[in-house]
Design a protein around this ligand. Structure first.
Ligand SMILES: Cc1ncc(COP(=O)(O)O)c(C=O)c1O
Length: 396
């Protein structure tokens, strides 16, 4: 089903600078912002330079507008949202606040966990003697919720899931895992870097305690933006490792307390231009409708998968039953980075996704890189045809 008519799609693309430059299949890395998002950020940057140094109160107005929009996007409350500088920034702040870790603690992770999150876990918890263990996958390669339940005991202190992994089209069963985490009272972190702006999200249905997102991917916000959701009842469990004049309050005697809500994870110093741009991008996504965005993205991804799968010498590499807009494949005899370079010469932008994005999964599949062609609701049939034709040409 294509929820956006050709004329709506045409108008959305016309209002997106940069799309005319190539057939773009790298939305999972960074999506082009709309002309309005760009204009809002530029106007605010101009105002910030010209006017705001002389004003006090309005300095965080855009942060609050973005918080309201993000709360609506996630079906969360405003006080459960913090604005961050990117996905890993938010995820890492919440993770660092989980300690102290002790020898024998167990952290259970999906096999497709983002490499940066794994590094944070290994460097903070692993060095204290905590064990990071991989939850088995089902026959299709998704995290197996039943296998997770069989692993649980009193030493399990956290479950971490990357919902839509960076390397391929898998959608992990985040809500099924959340039901288990809730039932057993185990803290549950979701990395939703690729999910926000691509799927409808309801944090209550997901059952997560923490969820992190990036602004610059499917959400089409400015680079350098992201957010962190922390469930209100979970917040007291976290001890942030960083305080400033915004995140903490000090009284006249110097006694300090954390600011109310998830905003205790924010920096006092923040770009209002970026937050205003992010707010606009979220409002645009909400106006289009996340169900519509998901349906259009899925239609483009399915059509690309079908077209590529029919090309001799192309092997599709997406795991799972439910698929995202990240289409991954390999070409016989051509390494992914070489393929990406040669496709770029033909005006087609894809990514070569390296093993360190999802190291546990890539190692278990004995892969060192994949070609990743990520689509959006903005993707045209003509672009899909252009990519498929270019792949056919390289195969010859
Ligand atoms: C699943 C996932 N998590 C985390 C990240 C990193 O996000 P950021 O660069 O905003 O920290 C990415 C980036 O591609 C990602 O795909």
């Amino acid at each position: 089903m294509q929820p956006f008519s050709p004329s709506v799609l045409h108008a959305l693309r016309a209002a997106t600078p940069g799309l005319e430059n190539s057939a773009y299949f790298n939305y999972a890395a960074q999506a082009p912002v709309s002309a309005k998002t760009l204009a809002v950020a530029q106007r605010l940057q101009n105002e910030e330079s010209a006017r705001w140094p002389h004003l006090g109160a309005p300095m965080r107005e855009q942060t609050e507008i973005a918080r309201t929009a993000l709360a609506a996007l996630l079906s969360a409350d405003r006080d459960e949202i913090a604005l961050t500088g990117g996905n890993s920034h938010g995820w890492g702040l919440a993770f660092a606040a989980m300690g102290p870790w002790r020898a024998g603690d167990r952290i259970l992770v999906g096999r497709h966990e983002w490499g940066g999150n794994l590094a944070a876990m290994a460097l903070c918890a692993g060095q204290a003697g905590a064990r990071i263990e991989t939850i088995p996958c089902d026959a299709q390669g998704a995290v197996d919720a039943a296998a997770l339940e069989a692993m649980l005991d009193a030493r399990v202190k956290m479950i971490a899931l990357t919902w839509l992994p960076a390397n391929g089209g898998l959608i992990n069963p985040a809500a099924a895992i959340g039901r288990i985490a809730r039932r057993h009272g185990i803290p549950y972190f979701i990395d939703a870097a690729q999910a926000v702006g691509q799927l409808p999200i309801d944090v209550e249905k997901l059952g997560c305690d923490v969820l992190s997102g990036a602004g610059r991917k499917a959400l089409r916000g400015p680079k350098g933006t992201g957010f962190l959701y922390v469930r209100r009842d979970f917040l007291p469990r976290l001890s942030p490792v960083f305080a400033d004049r915004l995140s903490a309050l000090t009284d006249q005697d110097g006694a300090a307390s954390w600011r109310a809500g998830a905003a205790r994870f924010e920096n006092a110093e923040a770009s209002q231009a970026l937050h205003g741009g992010l707010a606009n991008a979220v409002e645009e996504a909400l106006a289009l409708g996340l169900e519509n965005i998901r349906a259009a993205t899925d239609a483009a991804a399915q059509s690309l998968r079908a077209r590529l799968a029919a090309i001799p010498g192309v092997a599709m590499a997406d795991l799972g039953r439910d698929h995202s807009g990240l289409v991954s494949f390999q070409m016989d005899g051509i390494a992914a980075d070489a393929a990406a370079r040669r496709l770029a010469e033909r005006g087609v932008t894809v990514a070569a996704s390296p093993a360190f994005y999802t190291p546990l999964d890539m190692q278990s599949r004995r892969l060192d890189q994949l070609i990743r062609a990520s689509v959006s609701y903005l993707t045209l049939d003509e672009e899909i045809e252009r990519l498929a034709n270019a792949v056919e040409t390289l195969r010859r």
